[in-house]
Design a protein around this ligand. Structure first.
Ligand SMILES: *[C@@H]1O[C@H](CO)[C@@H](O)[C@H](O)[C@H]1NC(C)=O
Length: 335
């Protein structure tokens, strides 16, 4: 009796299966519809073809796939660059702007040593594709380098960096670009990047998480292969430098970054234009942090990701000669 019931189920199963297989085989076979329906289907198919042809003729590119939104949590890096007019200015700024283009969530704060924005810098910023703010701050006469004076006699770019600090604190108007300072409570990092150094894009990711002041080595500076903090157990315990090691912060301008909130919480902290040679960095940092609280980056300060490179001043002997003959290079062409 049990056996028979099992057979019944087996037969029932096989019949259902073959029914299903038959139905599946029928799918995709030309249907046995009436010629009337077939004509209608053919009509629709031709209309579809026509529509897609017309769409192709319109030549509209397909909508770009949506970019993943930048995570709001990523702090913005404010790169402060003082700059002044000279033969190599455009070359330096182009090189720097194209390095900065590789870095997400970056805002370039360019400060011209000029009375008013120059067309060269304004044009370069507009074409850079970067988020930027354009500031101007003329170096006062007394602080200006005199003709023939070596660059280390007096610190350069002080007025300009302080103008950028004032803008970041909402105390100074901008000449161009994004004029509004970062909103209150915005997460950000401030880095002072001169226009002639060489920067690895990796450096910017190292500094992005800065809570107070972060530090790292700088290559080709101070007469050494590199200068930088010495780190033990993840803490800065000293500095590798050959020159005036007793300075409170024997660091190069390119060797540290400061969190925006720390800068805003100490409104008096700025660079001192009267600071003795080599003490400019200390004049800002001593208002902000204790050396032992510096945050070492770049693998505990064992990797060099920025170089204090110097561009040679171009010689213009031939140019001057031609100019005396009234045949100088076309001054209408920007170099
Ligand atoms: C830095 O050094 C500390 C302590 O020795 C260690 O825990 C940490 O992993 C190091 N960090 C890096 C990025 O090498």
């Amino acid at each position: 009796m049990k056996l028979k019931l099992k057979n019944v189920f087996l037969v029932y199963f096989l019949v259902s299966l073959s029914g299903l297989l038959y139905a599946l085989l029928q799918l995709g076979q030309p249907c046995d519809c009436s010629p009337h329906l077939r004509a209608a289907a053919e009509h629709l198919r031709r209309k579809d073809l026509k529509i897609s042809q017309l769409q192709a003729e319109l030549g509209r590119p397909p909508p770009a796939p949506a970019q993943p939104p930048e995570p709001e949590a990523l702090p913005t890096i404010y790169v402060v660059t003082p700059t002044y007019a000279r033969l190599v200015q455009k070359a330096e700024l182009i090189r720097l702007s194209q390095t900065l283009s590789l870095v997400p969530r970056l805002h370039w704060v360019l400060v011209e040593d000029a009375e008013a924005p120059t067309p060269l810098v304004s044009g370069l910023l507009a074409a850079s594709g970067l988020r930027f703010t354009h500031l101007v701050a003329l170096t006062p006469k007394g602080q200006r380098l005199r003709e023939g004076e070596p660059g280390w006699v007096r610190p350069r770019g002080v007025e300009q960096r302080n103008r950028a600090l004032a803008w970041l604190r909402g105390k100074e108007a901008a000449a161009g670009g994004e004029r509004e300072p970062p909103p209150v409570g915005a997460r950000g990092v401030v880095y002072f990047a001169d226009d002639d150094n060489t920067y690895s894009r990796e450096l910017f990711e190292e500094m992005r998480g800065t809570r107070g002041v972060s530090v790292w080595p700088v290559g080709l500076v101070g007469g050494l292969r590199f200068e930088g903090p010495q780190v033990q157990g993840g803490q800065v315990v000293g500095f590798h430098t050959a020159w005036e090691p007793d300075r409170p912060f024997p660091l190069d301008m390119a060797g540290f970054a400061v969190s925006l909130s720390l800068l805003r919480s100490r409104p008096g902290a700025q660079f001192d234009p009267t600071a003795p040679r080599g003490h400019l960095e200390s004049s800002l940092l001593s208002h902000l942090i204790d050396p032992k609280d510096l945050e070492p980056r770049a693998s505990n300060c064992t990797r060099v990701l920025v170089w204090h490179t110097r561009t040679e001043k171009p010689k213009m002997k031939q140019e001057e000669q031609l100019q005396r003959q009234g045949r100088g290079s076309d001054p209408g062409i920007e170099v």
